[in-house]
Ligand binder design. Structure first.
Ligand SMILES: [Fe+2]
Ligand SMILES: [Fe+2]
Length: 121
């Protein structure tokens, strides 16, 4: 049974994702940060997807597609081992930050509202 208070996890996990994305900018670049981000993002996306399935959320296909795009971007960055410099670190961090910001404000917000409505029934 989903309770309203359960949604605290979503905010907390988003903050953690923003924190890891910010760490990409730190010099010298630590490739482990990308791996940590990849693991944590997977943990977070899986949890949202579990909620969507459990609630028969109508927007599940679009939402999972959006997560999959992020998964692919990150996988490509972790796998290609591109040599990094400060300019690349900053632009990668900005790109991921913007992606996450729009995702959280848009598609995740809709999911949050849906979870809240379902739990109040
Ligand atoms: Fe999210
Ligand atoms: Fe999401």
């Amino acid at each position: 049974m989903i309770k309203t208070s359960d949604l605290i996890w979503q905010d907390t996990q988003h903050q953690m994702l923003f924190k890891l994305i910010d760490e990409i900018k730190i010099e010298p670049f630590d490739r482990e940060v990308l791996k940590k981000l990849q693991l944590y993002a997977e943990h977070h996306f899986s949890l949202e997807e579990t909620y969507m399935k459990e609630l028969n959320y109508p927007g599940i296909a679009d939402h999972v597609r959006a997560h999959d795009r992020f998964r692919e971007e990150l996988r490509a960055m972790v796998d290609t081992q591109v040599s990094m410099n400060k300019v690349l670190q900053d632009s990668l961090s900005l790109f991921l930050f913007e992606w996450l910001r729009l995702h959280v404000l848009g598609i995740d917000k809709k999911l949050e509202d849906y979870i809240l409505r379902s739990s109040s029934k």
